[in-house]
Design a protein around this ligand. Structure first.
Ligand code: ADP
Length: 677
């Protein structure tokens, strides 16, 4: 076994690998970019080597720098994690040339699966069933279109060098083909430096079911059952589970055999995943093989009781597989939910920000949190915006699902928009409970999943008001204690007025609704709270007094109308997040003079959705455009975003040119809508 390994990655997967290495008594070396100086993976490793600037092309993707770091520290092996260099055959070969073990499959296997089209050719020859389509060398647009037309729509364009859903476009008709092809090629070129495409028949309601395989250097191979990863947005997984619900033994065995066949066809070693689309009638088709550890490997670990990173290390060190096929069994059920800094209500666009408050659910035998960030860390534009993976296990699917929803309700994050509430709504929905799964799940059930949770204003408004009163009072006494005259009446924030009840009035915006609230301090120290908006009016009685322990730090313990409630309230950039067991509520004070709140939203859609780069301006200034026509194409967080004309009209002026960097929110064009007749 190795004494020291280098982890050529960052974030949760680097931390994950370090944990297992430590368990096995192996020392670890981290690598880091300028952006990651203070990150968790660096702190956890025994040593860390700086390898470059924040953009991954200038650090984590630099094979030479990573190798130098390995040589410098005397690491005997490199674990590439997933993404970055994990499926880079040249890097794997360079490791070998330097006598450093690459913890992954041999160069030939990576090469064979590196191109989706070459992989399909190999698998077709080996007798593995394929999704019907075209994966040939002739890449002229006319030929590609002919194939698509002949196949019949819908079709799916895929970058042969692809991964992460990039360079992938669904095409529903021949008319859409040219624009989709151009966009897919452009995205593929910028992500992979290669714009070759393959075309597949687009299956409309398949499930994504994948098989985990493992091979040692002695030629033994096993499969560790399947994972169902059908719940996806932008063709990327958000919730995965194992085993696949409703899987029958015959299909499981057939898929396992096909996966082993696929791996054997390329002399596989180490951990790999063979991805299939499973159709309603139980036919399944090979999609691709990932020659590395997957993000969702923990669900397999939970149901098999195995540590797959340990298996990887053992196999890479030349040991035989720890277990044979008949020693492997499925125990219980596991889910993984990927917690992302992204906005489900804005097409799942990644969001940046500082994790000003981060409180994951408590870990236990049933709940595992794999993360690479700590409170105060930044989700930057440079890397994947995943904050953590929440993994749960229990004896059966229903119980595991209850664990998942419970743990999601306990996940508390503020400082950036996240998908936690979306995941909760999804996991809690009836169709998900019934395991009515296919890759169109999110679109199909969007009504159930995307609704903003109706918060019970009756419960949360008094809490928010109470918090503001107490907080103001506490801040005032802190100020007073620091002043030269701590007893000055001018420091009192108790809302005292001569000849009147002492009251506090606020205007606040709570989960998007503007409310006027007022709290009246009573003689016994309790409060009466009343609140109103255009369509709500309510009152509540809070027992307790300013002097009692209702608010301690960020913990609020309140008795409202005889109901004791516990909440955590945290503030960031003038926004308060109030977390209770059932919901998260955001509110902020509205300054009396802040005027028309909606005004700023007027130009929405023509401003940059986030920090990014302008990649193309498909129309020229001063030319007329039709509603819906693409006018600016941006790339941000490695994805392309198209800004379209909101109406028929004219782009009078572009404020940026191709290649410019723009800040999120920046206005991009001066657009004039045509006069309607
Ligand atoms: P990537 O490597 O970019 O992630 P994949 O080839 O793994 O792309 O496909 C990602 C997802 O896209 C799949 O899980 C599935 O939901 C969907 N998908 C891929 N191919 C097809 C297809 N032919 N028909 C329908 N859906 C597909």
């Amino acid at each position: 076994m190795f004494d020291k390994i280098l982890i050529a990655n960052r974030g949760e997967i680097a931390c994950r690998v370090i944990r297992t290495a430590r368990k096995l008594g192996i020392r670890t070396v981290a690598v880091y970019s300028d952006a990651d100086v203070d990150s968790l993976h660096v702190a956890m490793a025994d040593e860390a080597v700086h390898i470059g600037a924040a953009p991954s092309k200038e650090s984590y993707l630099l094979a030479d720098r990573v190798l130098e770091a390995a040589k410098l520290t005397g690491a005997q092996a490199v674990h590439p994690g997933y993404g970055f260099l994990s499926e880079n055959a040249a890097f794997s070969a360079a490791c070998k040339a330097n006598n450093i073990v690459f913890i992954g499959p041999p160069v030939g296997a990576i090469e064979a699966m590196g191109s989706k089209s070459a992989a399909k050719t190999i698998m077709g020859k080996a007798g593995v069933p394929l999704v019907p389509g075209y994966h040939g060398d002739d890449q002229s647009p006319a030929v590609l279109k002919q194939h698509a037309d002949a196949m019949g729509y819908p079709v799916l364009l895929k970058a042969t060098a692809g991964g992460g859903g990039k360079g992938m476009r669904q095409v529903w008709s021949s008319e859409e083909f040219d624009e989709a092809l151009e966009a897919a090629k452009r995205e593929s070129l910028s992500s992979f430096g290669d714009d070759r495409m393959l075309i597949e028949k687009y299956l409309t309601q398949p499930r994504h079911v994948e098989i985990q395989v493992f091979f040692d250097q002695q030629g033994n191979g096993v499969f560790l059952f399947e994972r169902d990863c059908s719940v996806q947005r932008r063709h990327q997984k958000v919730i995965e589970e194992a085993p696949a619900p409703g899987m029958n033994e015959m299909v499981r065995a057939a898929m396992g055999d096909a996966a082993l066949l696929a791996a054997k066809a390329i002399d596989y070693e180490g951990a790999g995943t063979v991805e299939f689309l499973l159709d309603k009638d139980d036919t399944f088709y090979f999609m691709e093989m990932n020659t590395r550890l997957q993000v969702e490997h923990p669900v397999t670990e939970m149901i098999t009781g195995q540590d797959l990173v340990e298996w990887q290390l053992r196999v890479a060190a030349g040991q035989a597989l720890p277990l044979s096929q008949d020693q492997l069994t499925i125990n219980g059920h596991s889910f993984e939910a990927r917690i992302y800094a992204e906005d489900p209500n804005n097409d799942f666009l990644p969001v940046t920000g500082t994790l000003s408050y981060l409180q994951p659910p408590e870990e236990s035998a049933h709940v595992r949190v794999d993360t690479g960030v700590l409170q105060g860390d930044e989700v930057s534009v440079y890397y994947d915006p995943m904050i953590a993976k929440l993994i749960v296990w229990d004896e059966d699917r229903n119980r595991a699902l209850a664990r998942l929803t419970q743990a999601l309700s306990e996940y508390r994050i503020s400082g950036t928009v996240t998908n936690v509430e979306f995941l909760y709504n999804l996991a809690n929905s009836e169709p998900f409970r019934k395991a009515d799964l296919d890759t169109g799940f999110i679109d199909k059930h969007s009504d159930l999943i995307f609704h903003k949770n109706q918060i019970e204003l009756k419960k949360y408004l008094p809490l928010a008001t109470l918090y503001l009163i107490l907080k103001r009072d506490q801040d005032a006494s802190t100020q007073a204690s620091q002043s030269s005259d701590p007893y000055s009446p001018w420091h009192s924030a108790a809302g005292w007025r001569t000849g009147a009840d002492s009251r506090h009035d606020y205007s606040l915006l709570i989960n998007g609704t503007e409310m006027t609230v007022s709290g009246k301090v009573l003689n016994d120290g309790g409060f009466d709270i009343s609140a109103s908006s255009d369509d709500v009016a309510l009152t509540a009685r809070v027992s307790g007094s300013l002097s009692s322990d209702i608010l301690k730090g960020d913990q609020l313990h309140a008795n409202i109308d005889g109901h004791r409630i516990h909440a955590t309230v945290v503030a960031h950039d003038g926004i308060y997040s109030l977390f209770t067991q059932d919901a998260t509520v955001q509110f902020n004070l509205i300054a009396p003079d802040c005027g028309d709140l909606d005004g700023a939203a007027g130009a929405a859609g023509l401003s940059a959705p986030m920090n990014g780069t302008i990649v193309a301006l498909p129309v020229t200034a001063e030319s007329p455009v039709k509603e819906g026509q693409a006018i600016v194409i941006m790339e941000a967080m490695k994805m392309e975003h198209t800004i379209r004309a909101p109406a028929d009209g004219t782009v009078v002026e572009f404020y940026f040119k191709e290649g410019d960097l723009v800040d999120g929110g920046a206005e991009l064009v001066n657009f004039e809508a045509a006069e309607s007749e």
